[in-house]
Design a protein. Structure first.
Length: 135
């Protein structure tokens, strides 16, 4: 009885082993220079920056006003070349940072106040009546 089972089982095993793919895939390793790695990281950083800019609410509103779908814009950014991404990133760096300039005005006013206060303390000017100059 065992002989009747062994022969068909052996044919089945031989046939199944023949169907196996025993080809050997070789690994193709090579050295990658530093410039290539840096360029890839720079592209990813620029693409992330542009994508983050397009994800902002104010940018999304402007795109909607012009009839541009935000999802479509994201897809197009993903398909840009390195040169196009660099050009957009450079244009983004030259744009004003936004805001109404109130922080700049307040900062300048505080700086002027401090300069006048110090000159009053040193006795060079007499702008503030509450300051007693050091002699």
């Amino acid at each position: 009885m065992l002989q009747k089972i062994i022969k068909p089982m052996s044919f089945f095993l031989v046939f199944s082993f023949l169907l196996l793919d025993v080809s050997v895939h070789t690994a193709k390793a090579r050295m990658i220079d530093t410039d290539t790695v840096i360029a890839a990281q720079r592209k990813e950083a620029i693409q992330a920056r542009v994508t983050a800019f397009l994800g902002r609410e104010d940018a999304r509103k402007v795109m909607e006003q012009h009839g541009v779908d935000a999802v479509e814009a994201q897809k197009r950014v993903a398909s840009l070349s390195d040169a196009e991404l660099a050009k957009i990133s450079q244009a983004m760096e030259q744009l004003p940072a936004g805001g109404d300039g109130l922080g700049t005005v307040v900062g300048a006013a505080v700086l002027i106040f401090l300069v006048l206060l110090i000159t009053d303390i040193l006795g060079f000017t007499h702008v503030f009546s509450f300051v007693k100059p050091q002699r």
